[in-house]
Every structure is written in structure tokens, then in C-alpha cells.
Design a protein around this ligand. Structure first.
Ligand code: PMP
Length: 404
């Protein structure tokens, strides 16, 4: 059992008032809040060991390098990667997907196919469209049903020897659907295709095991898992990372440079050109330690209770419709109220201290599927409470009264 009051005390921002009301932060799908240990670790880095890494012989440079590489190993252990050099620091999920999509440009030709799903965030659609424009490959879409689940029978039909990569999120940011990625990975491999999993919305709720999943790439962002912004991870199987050309050229990623020819550094440095985000890379390790100290089993159990409670409470509101009713779902509720624009509800409940997201959630194709302009999305974290859900429900009812 989680001691929620103790956990909440770890997050200074949660005790704030917003618009004169206690903050109810339900925009965790966009970014998570940060515990004091993470905030302190950022200051400590700059106060005590700030130096550039990997190239200095002096003590501070070595301390910073050791801390950065220790964080990489912590992340390797967390996601159960076989080797630390399969863990590449990026600036976030978007960067990781773009790095892989750019690398694939050298492996893809006209007539090849790339499979994305109907549930993707724009950052897992646009880089692949750009790749198709460059190469003449075709983008195919795995369709979804009314509940917001991907249709596996259609997926099976879309896979063929033309499929070069399947790229799908582990959990949908707009609806909370947990996709059957193990099945999808195995099927893609049978067809000879690689698989990238966008773990941006999964990593706050569960601990991915990349070896058990057998995915070829797994990407996520630090800021959604209680870590700093501007840092993320691209996991890639060693063979794939050796096969793909680097995304960016520069310092750190080379072995030798002459004007005639450059040879690249070994993994992971081949994909880490330039001075990295050292402080935030180190502190991502602190965030992961913090989450593991809370415990992912306890987080999943508690968030599921929040999801069930909120679903019951919101469903009781007349005219309210929930989008995304998948059997396998995480703590995200997307909803609308008949006859009222989601933005109007969001604006009114913000005045009551409730932070939710309104709009298309960077997933316009999902909104097109439901033929709506957007939704109100409440996304819960392990530091939220049932009392906060009550406050949101009361605020939504008030907004509904004011706007009807
Ligand atoms: N994919 C999904 C499923 C997401 O939810 C997000 C963030 N909303 C991203 C990708 C992009 O992450 P970032 O902006 O941190 O690069």
C-alpha cells in the first residue's frame, strides 16, 4: 500500500494553490511533476561536479563522466537491456524516433512499407511520413475500433515481406489504451520487420523489459517519469544500432577524423554527437531510483483504483461521454460533454485549480476517427488522490451548469 500523503510531501509543487484553489494536477500525460530528490540532484550536479565528460583528465570531468555512465547503467538495468551501450541518451521520445527514422533512410527503398497505428502521437507519425517522402516507401495504418483498440486481425493482414518496420506506442497518450505489443512484435518479426515501441506513456506506469518484449527499439522521455525535461532514452538492439548510420555528426561520435574520411566511434557514442545534456542525463537515473523506491507494482495497482473510481464518478454525469474504453487501459480518461467545447470546460475548471489537458493531444487522427475537435483528458499519477477526483468531478459539473 502506498502512503500517498508521504509521497505527496515529496513533490513541493503539489501543495501550491492555483487561482486561489489547491492545485489538482491531472495533466500527467503531458509531463509529470518532480520530487524534491530530483530537484536537489540538479542543483547538486551544478554545485559539485559540473564539467564536460568523456574527454577530460581532470577530476571533475572524471566525476561527471562516472556519474553519467552510472546513470546509463541504471537505465540499462531498469529496462533490462543486455548491454549498457544499447542505451543511447537523447533529448526525448521525439528525438529517439527521429534518430531511428533517419537511420532507416539508408535501408528503405521505393515499394517498402512502414506500419504505424491509428493510435499514434504525431511524433510517431510525422518522422515516418518524412522518411516515406524521402525514399518512396509507403505508410500503412493499423486501424482502431470504437473502443480505441487496435484491430489485430487487420494488423495481421497488413504485415508482409514489404513491411520494413512497425512503429507503435506501448500506451496511447490520448486514450490510455495499452496495446498488445508483445503479440505485435512477434508477428512483425515473423514477417521479417523491425519494431519500434514508443514507450513515452508506458514508462510512467510500468517497467518495460526490452529483452522479454524482444523489441528492436524502445524510446521514452525523462520528463514523463519524474525526471527533467530535455533528456530521454533510445534503446536499440546492438545489431540494429551497428547497422544504422548516425543521425548527427560532430564531436564525441567519431573515432578518427581526416578531411578524406571520418570513422565513427563505437556504441553508444556513435549516436551521441556533441556535448550531451549531462546534468539531466545523470538526474534521469535519480528519477528512476525514486520511482523504483515507490515500486511499479504498487503504482500500477493504485493508479488502476484511481482510474476505476474516476470512470465511475464521471460516467454518472449526464451527457458525458468517455472516449477509449479498451479492456487494457492505463490511468487516462478522455471525455467530452454533449454540446460543450472541451476547451471551454478546461478553461473554467482551471479557474477552480484543476489542471487537465484539452484538445487533440497531438493525435489528430484519433479525433478524426471519433469526428470530434478534441477531448478533455485527465491523466492520473501515483501522487493523485480520490479526493482530487471528487474536486474535478464537482468542477466539471459546475462548468456544465454554467455552459448549458
Ligand atoms: N509519444 C507519445 C505517446 C507521447 O505521449 C509523447 C508526449 N506527449 C511523445 C511521443 C513525445 O514525447 P516528447 O515530447 O517528450 O518528445
Amino acid at each position: 500500500m502506498l502512503d500517498i500523503q508521504k509521497i505527496r510531501a515529496d513533490f513541493p509543487i503539489l501543495s501550491q494553490k492555483v487561482n486561489g484553489k489547491p492545485l489538482v494536477y491531472f495533466d500527467n500525460g503531458a509531463t509529470s511533476q518532480k520530487p524534491q530528490v530530483v530537484i536537489d540532484a540538479i542543483a547538486k550536479y551544478y554545485q559539485e561536479i559540473n564539467a564536460n565528460i568523456h574527454r577530460g583528465v581532470h577530476t571533475l570531468s572524471q566525476l561527471a563522466t562516472d556519474a553519467y555512465e552510472a546513470s546509463r547503467m541504471k537505465i540499462q538495468k531498469h529496462i533490462n537491456a543486455k548491454y549498457a551501450h544499447e542505451v543511447i541518451f537523447t533529448s526525448g521520445t521525439t528525438h529517439g524516433i527521429n534518430a531511428v527514422a533517419n537511420g532507416f533512410a539508408s535501408l528503405i527503398k521505393e515499394g517498402d512499407e512502414i506500419l504505424v497505428s491509428a493510435l499514434e502521437h504525431h511524433s510517431n507519425i510525422v518522422p515516418w511520413q518524412m522518411l516515406c517522402e524521402r525514399t518512396g516507401a509507403t505508410l500503412k495504418v493499423i486501424p482502431m475500433n470504437e473502443a480505441g483498440e487496435l484491430i489485430m486481425a487487420e494488423y495481421d493482414k497488413l504485415l508482409s515481406s514489404k513491411t520494413k518496420i512497425v512503429t507503435v506506442n506501448h500506451i496511447s497518450n490520448a486514450l490510455g489504451t495499452i496495446n498488445p505489443i508483445k503479440y505485435m512484435i512477434d508477428k512483425a518479426h515473423e514477417a521479417g520487420a523491425a519494431v519500434l515501441i514508443d514507450g513515452a506513456q508506458a514508462t510512467p506506469h510500468l517497467k518495460p523489459d526490452v529483452q522479454q518484449l524482444d523489441c528492436d527499439f524502445y524510446v521514452f522521455s525523462g520528463h514523463k517519469i519524474c525526471g527533467p525535461t530535455g533528456v530521454g532514452i533510445l534503446y536499440g538492439k546492438e545489431d540494429w544500432l551497428r547497422k544504422l548510420p548516425p543521425y548527427q555528426g560532430g564531436g564525441e561520435m567519431i573515432a578518427t577524423v581526416t578531411f578524406e574520411k571520418t570513422t565513427y566511434a563505437d556504441l553508444p557514442h556513435k549516436f551521441e554527437a556533441g556535448t550531451p545534456n549531462i546534468a539531466d542525463g545523470i538526474v534521469l537515473g535519480t528519477a528512476i531510483d525514486y520511482l523504483n523506491s515507490v515500486g511499479f507494482d504498487a503504482i500500477a495497482k493504485y493508479e488502476h483504483e484511481l482510474l476505476q473510481y474516476a470512470t465511475e464518478q464521471l460516467s454518472a454525469i449526464e451527457g458525458l461521454k468517455i472516449f477509449g474504453t479498451a479492456k487494457e487501459k492505463t490511468s487516462v480518461i478522455s471525455f467530452n460533454i454533449e454540446g460543450i467545447h472541451p476547451y471551454d470546460i478546461g478553461t473554467i475548471i482551471d479557474k477552480l485549480g484543476i489542471a487537465v489537458r484539452t484538445g487533440h493531444h497531438c493525435a489528430q487522427p484519433i479525433m478524426d476517427f471519433y469526428q470530434i475537435p478534441g477531448t478533455i483528458r485527465a491523466s492520473f499519477a501515483f501522487y493523485n488522490t480520490k479526493e482530487e477526483i471528487d474536486a474535478m468531478v464537482a468542477a466539471v459539473k459546475k462548468a456544465q451548469m454554467m455552459l448549458s
